[in-house]
Design a protein around this ligand. Sequence first.
Ligand code: SER
Length: 345
Amino acid sequence: MTNKAVLITGACGEIGQALVQGLAKKGGYRIVTTDLMPLPENIQAMSAEHLQGDLVYRVKQLYDYDFDLMFHLAASLSSKAEVATEEAHRINVEGTMQLLMLAAYKSEKRGRAVKFLFPSSIAAYGFSNLATKIEAGRVTEEQHNHPHTMYGANKLYCEKLGEYYGNYYGQRHLDPQPPMMLDFRAIRFPGLISAFTLPSGGTSDYGPEMLHAAAQGKPYSCFVREDTKISFMAMPDAIKAIMMLVDVPREYLTRQVYNICAFSLTAGEFRKRAEQAFPGTKVNFEPNPRRQGIVDSWPEELDDHSARTDWGWLPDYDINRFFDDYFLPEIRKRYSVRPSLRSLE
Ligand code: SER
């Protein structure tokens, strides 16, 4: 059996690095990676080829390849996108558009659908105020789609673009013999936390930043209020979800954009967990009004019943397993911290 040809854009990002490792471990793929940066050394051997540079300007080069699968992870995250909105739009929307066109062209030419996996986000949601967010609780994919951020608007629009290229491109689905169209699938991720990498430019970053700082004995000033609550997930669950969704036969899918969710906690609860695990943790709360506003517009919980029903999604890590079986053991190895007695209470 020949290896599936895979493209991973944004391969140096947090999801990218974890996905390269996940696919390499699973085997059966020829992975081509792209990013603005060179690939980190620990994953270089897992990529058959790395194309370094700006995707929007280099997409022509990708027409020389025949990808079965495209994971388009490159993006400018929510906080960064607010300070460079045009640049964010170029990366998040134009980059996605270019790749969708490539996938659409190849699908038609080969007569075989290119699978296009797109990470969307809780940023696709937006509540007019905090009271509405709290009242809404667990939200379905269709509710409260009124993003407050450039990044969220970009993600929501790209979901629609993906659906367009996958179903209605040029209205050719109405032709007597419609062409093969690409197979677009998206997951709306909550805030992701990895024990191995740190996010940059996002607004859910206070969670991972606080934990990594505490593990290193560094003080941390949290940019949101203590009572701020959104949905989070362990990175291995995010990778598991991507690999599950990619493998599901198309006919099982009742939609193209799926919520997934694992656990929710407040920034104050993050601090409590950090204090239990790392004595001497120093976290204070100094909310930044703009970043606070962004997180206040994101849901506390996501309704992921469609993913559970259609493709058997279930997270491995609830809140306790996240800390006890994944994050703390890995982070202690990484920063060589001894477990504290309090963490064993
Ligand atoms: N983690 C992302 C961010 O904070 C949300 O998808 O921008």
